[in-house]
Design a protein around this ligand. Structure first.
Ligand code: HEM
Length: 424
């Protein structure tokens, strides 16, 4: 018996009832059924560098312990990010290429070109606008009935933030979220449900919209207007990226990267924070009593949620890890979601402890040259969200088990019914 044999949404078996070699950590049902915890615990304890001979994504190694993940993530010469960083391989009919899937020197040049959009100076400039927009969302929520927190708050907030950093037409901001879902939702990439036809249409629409925005900004610059501080303007005015429009696969890929990077991650951390405060009500009490704990709580939530479950690498040479021989060309999957629950490094890892010491020592942003470019922006959004929540509400009660995303890459929620109690 193997959990990989599952076709429909039948309950998954107890991992301890399965032969170790048949445990398939890429099964998206592990995540949509929220059953991944015991599966990873067993693999961490009994076979931390675990070989999967067969899967819908081909053979791959699973790296499940914290320290082994850091070792892989910080060694980009042996563990390459090319050609792609999700467990599956992209379909050639939708060519994409972006700097998260590149090794130096190209990675470094392209990252440097857009990094300043999330530099501390720019973040400080964005803070007031983000606070104002979060406040407006929270002020318009119903208080007399339950509603879906994911669509009303988490998605709304992240789409507004993305529209801000891209200077994308505000009234069309929901498209950004949709494109992000389409970029990661293919069955062959992550076990998701998006059809190839729908993805193709969405990504086509994305390229056309951004192409038009690019032209518009370029015309404005040529007319002598000052260069904006949004992502498109930065890419246009940088030597290494200004001709990206002539390389459509890179143009599409880097846009998709920035949209996905800033979307699913923050969205699911915001939803996860509400769920965590329900599952650990004493921590919510602590937070209400001492809002100064918010920044530490934000780090703790990002660890506990781990909104991107994995990143993939490819071995560039034969190498050894945890006593196993990894061969040149093998796929190596770093399961951040498992490393963040590794008892060897994190005490009581399944508990949310908002005043945990060294809460920022987690894997959710990765390590090494690809460490998340937007980590401070993501943290800032969560911090402001909770500062504004505590000003307005005494409680956010999760009314039923949330629905979870069917993916082995994005770990998050598709809906979560909540009811608010306004401040007395
Ligand atoms: C890379 C997670 C927010 C943009 C990454 C990586 C992870 C990650 C795991 C790969 C790290 C590695 O391979 O070592 C997260 C989480 C976030 C978040 C958990 C929020 C809670 C954001 C935001 C942006 C962003 C708001 C928007 C600008 C990026 C980019 C990369 C990246 C551009 C590629 C960096 C590179 O390859 O050099 N992120 N991210 N992320 N993230 Fe984030």
């Amino acid at each position: 018996m193997t959990n990989a044999a599952l076709q429909e949404n039948a309950p998954l078996p107890d991992p301890y009832s399965l032969p170790l070699e048949s445990i398939n950590l890429s099964d998206p049902y592990l995540y949509s059924q929220n059953r991944w915890g015991d599966y990873f615990r067993r693999v961490r304890d009994e076979d931390p560098v675990h070989y999967q001979k067969e899967s819908p994504f081909g053979p791959f190694w699973s790296i499940t312990r914290f320290e082994d993940i850091v070792a892989v993530d910080t060694n980009h010469e042996v563990f390459s990010s090319e050609p792609f960083i999700m467990i599956g391989d992209p379909d050639d009919s939708i060519p994409v290429s972006n700097f998260i899937s590149m090794d130096p020197p190209k990675h470094d040049e392209q990252r440097a070109a857009v990094q300043s959009v999330v530099a501390p100076r720019n973040l400080a400039a964005m803070e007031d606008l983000i606070r104002e927009r979060i406040g407006a969302i929270l002020d318009n929520l119903p208080v007399d009935r339950s509603f879906d927190w994911v669509s009303s708050v988490s998605m709304e907030l992240t789409s507004q933030m993305l529209a801000t950093i891209f200077d994308f037409p505000y009234e069309e901001r929901h498209k950004l979220v949709y494109w992000s879902d389409m970029a990661t939702g293919a069955p062959e990439l992550s076990g998701g449900n998006a059809s190839q036809e729908e993805r193709f249409a969405a990504l086509h629409d994305m390229v056309n919209s951004f192409g038009a925005l690019w032209e518009q900004k370029s015309a404005s610059r040529l007319a002598g207007n000052p260069i904006g501080f949004d992502l498109i303007s930065l890419m246009e005015s940088n030597e290494d990226t200004r001709d990206m429009m002539t390389r459509p696969a890179e143009f599409m890929g880097n846009l998709a990267l920035l949209i996905v990077g800033g979307n699913d991650t923050t969205r699911n951390s915001i939803s996860g924070s509400v769920l965590a405060m329900n599952q650990f009500p004493k921590e919510f009490d602590k937070l209400r009593a001492n809002p100064k704990l918010i920044p530490n709580m934000v780090s703790e939530i990002i660890r506990w949620q781990t909104p991107l479950a994995h990143m993939r690498r490819v071995a560039t040479c034969d190498t050894e890890l945890g006593g196993k021989l990894i061969k040149k060309g093998d796929k190596v999957v770093m399961w951040y979601i498992s490393g963040n629950r590794d008892e060897r490094v994190i005490e009581n890892p399944d508990q949310v402890i908002i005043d945990r010491a060294k809460a920022r020592h987690h894997l959710s942003f990765g390590f090494g040259i690809h460490r998340c470019m937007g980590n401070r922006l993501g943290e800032m959004q969560l911090r402001i969200t909770w500062e504004e929540i505590l000003k307005r509400f005494d409680d956010i009660k999760v009314m039923e088990e949330p629905e979870r995303v069917h993916s082995n890459f994005v770990f998050g929620y598709s809906s979560m019914q909540v009811k608010l109690t306004p401040k007395a």
